[in-house]
Design a protein around this ligand. Structure first.
Ligand code: PLP
Length: 442
């Protein structure tokens, strides 16, 4: 439903005055107001208050895996909230959706990940993983193992621990004091990880954390043997290996979890986003059966870590329904097939356009590097990807630019429900948008 001019104007003014937007340009919001005020969505499309329809080429924040407008998820939420809106999971109290979801996750997760601690999102999941890893080492009689190693282009969220683990420096520089004991290995160098552990002393390292495919850092897919080597190094030095599957989980890369591509099992796994496709706020950390047993045997009292909404019944019920949809509609297989279609389309754009460098991706996570010179790979002095993203939005496609860490990349992650025609449309709009920017450069 579209709004009147007056009502849109009113919303824009209220937004400017009262709404502090997450990860948004502050002055731009104050000067221009919100870029879109979305009112509804269906499939891969979002519609704003003016009636404009755009393809959600990012699944909003890499999370609306089953697409927009899923009435069945709304119905599930309503039924659960009508029956039991909330009850706590502290003090061993439980509820059926949380129990069933934890059991379902144990069936689908890599390796022997078998038990879940629930959170409200990915940052909380990351903080929980770091605390559980450190707590584990205290119980094991090695309290000196407290350092967490991540990687230079990683993104793990914005809570204090997750920001500290985030390798992308701009996020850490946002504030002037962070959590201690976080270190960064070179992005995809297992050798750098080995050297860092050796230099610091293995007896000081609690865990290593990595995203199977880096998203916010600009779509970086690991070299084939990287994670096998990482697993070996972690085993050699007794370091816990944590995967951050907040983006890559639940079909995004064409397998249930990103790590399934590499045949490597982590000791812990963070998840969020696609577990509910964004229809409810939920995340969590899974731990292996071995660690679960050890934690249980060594525990001396209460697990003093818990969020009010850990195991929220409505969020867990929505997650269960969401996973049912992903499986029944074969969305993981579709992500693999449509991911190939998307990559092929991006390669076609690369052939036609002068400023498109490397094309990369896995499943429905893809990106193109923008370069000034295809031969030397020299970048533009001022990144061009923001202008491309702006033009694409005007033309009806939402995508995202990554300019952090000296990069100039346009990234895509459409809903896993996307079909060939919709990919074709995405590619047409993108190609045209880049041609407009190229014409401006000429
Ligand atoms: N980890 C990764 C890999 C992410 O991409 C994100 C968010 O984009 C997070 C963690 C943080 O999740 P949340 O925003 O739900 O706190």
């Amino acid at each position: 439903m579209t709004h009147t001019e007056n009502s849109i104007q009113e919303l824009r003014e209220l937004d400017k005055k009262h709404f502090i937007h997450p990860t948004s340009p502050v002055k731009q919001q104050q000067e221009q107001g919100p870029a879109f005020i979305f009112t509804e969505g269906k499939g891969v499309y979002l519609q704003d208050a003016t009636g404009k329809k755009v393809i959600d080429g990012m699944s909003s924040l890499w999370n609306v895996n089953v697409g927009h407008g899923r009435v069945e998820l709304g119905k599930t939420a309503m039924e659960q909230m009508s029956k039991l809106g909330f009850s706590s999971c502290f003090a061993t109290y439980s509820n059926e959706p949380a129990i069933r979801l934890a059991a379902k996750l144990a069936q689908i997760a890599p390796g022997d990940l078998s038990a879940t601690f629930f959170t409200s999102g990915g940052s909380e999941a990351n903080d929980t993983a770091y605390k559980l890893a450190r707590h584990y080492w205290i119980l094991k009689g090695q309290p000196g193992r407290k350092k967490i190693i991540s990687r230079t282009k990683s993104y793990h969220g914005v809570s204090m621990g997750a920001t500290s683990a985030t390798g992308l420096k701009a996020f850490r520089d946002f504030t002037n004091s962070l959590a201690p004991d976080f270190l960064y290995a070179d992005n995809f160098s297992s050798q750098s990880l080995r050297e860092l552990i050796a230099a610091e002393g293995p007896e000081t390292i609690a865990a290593f954390i990595a995203e199977p495919v880096q998203g916010a850092g600009g779509i970086h897919v690991a070299p084939e043997n990287y994670f096998k080597e990482v697993r070996e190094i972690c085993d050699e030095y007794g370091v816990l290996f944590i995967t951050d599957e907040v983006i890559t989980g639940f079909g995004r890369t064409g397998t249930y979890f990103g790590m399934d591509h590499y045949g490597v099992a982590p000791d812990m796994m963070c998840f969020a986003k696609g577990v509910t496709s964004g229809y409810a706020q939920l995340g969590g950390v899974m731990i292996s059966e071995k660690i679960h047993q050890e934690l249980t045997e060594l525990s001396t009292g209460t697990l003093l870590h818990g969020y009010t909404y850990s195991g929220h019944p409505m969020a867990c019920a929505v997650a269960l329904k969401n996973l049912e949809i992903i499986e029944q509609e074969h969305l993981i297989e579709n992500a693999e097939a449509m991911g190939q279609e998307l990559l092929n389309g991006l390669y076609r754009i690369k052939q036609e356009r002068k400023i498109v460098g490397k094309v990369k991706g896995l499943g429905l996570m893809a990106g193109i590097e923008i370069v000034k010179d295809l031969n030397t790979k020299e970048r533009f002095a001022a990144p061009m990807s923001p202008a491309i993203v702006l033009e694409a939005a005007k033309q009806g496609l939402i995508c995202r630019s990554v300019v952090l860490d000296d990069q100039d990349i346009v990234v895509f992650a459409p809903p896993l429900t996307i079909n060939k025609d919709e990919i074709k449309k995405m590619i047409e709009i993108l190609n045209h948008s880049i041609s407009v920017i190229e014409a401006d450069l000429a």
